[in-house]
Design a protein. Structure first.
Length: 72
């Protein structure tokens, strides 16, 4: 019985790590697209990607704060 609990705990940690990795990749990809668009003069795309990066960053901070408050 305890083995099943340990395996479930390990899978949730693995999923959390995967989620954080995908989240950081999304921020980096949007940042790269924003820089590339700014370099080639596509202002609307650059501004839109900058907004997406900002929203993802703020959402990450909010989730971190909520997880520390709820988890503690």
């Amino acid at each position: 019985m305890s083995t099943r609990v340990v395996l479930l705990a390990d899978s949730s940690v693995a999923l959390l790590t995967l989620g954080i990795s995908v989240y950081s990749i999304a921020i980096l990809v949007c940042l790269g697209v924003a820089i590339n668009a700014a370099r080639f003069g596509r202002r609307r795309v650059a501004v839109a990607m900058a907004w997406v990066v900002g929203v993802l960053t703020v959402a990450g901070v909010i989730v971190a704060i909520l997880s520390s408050v709820v988890g503690g």
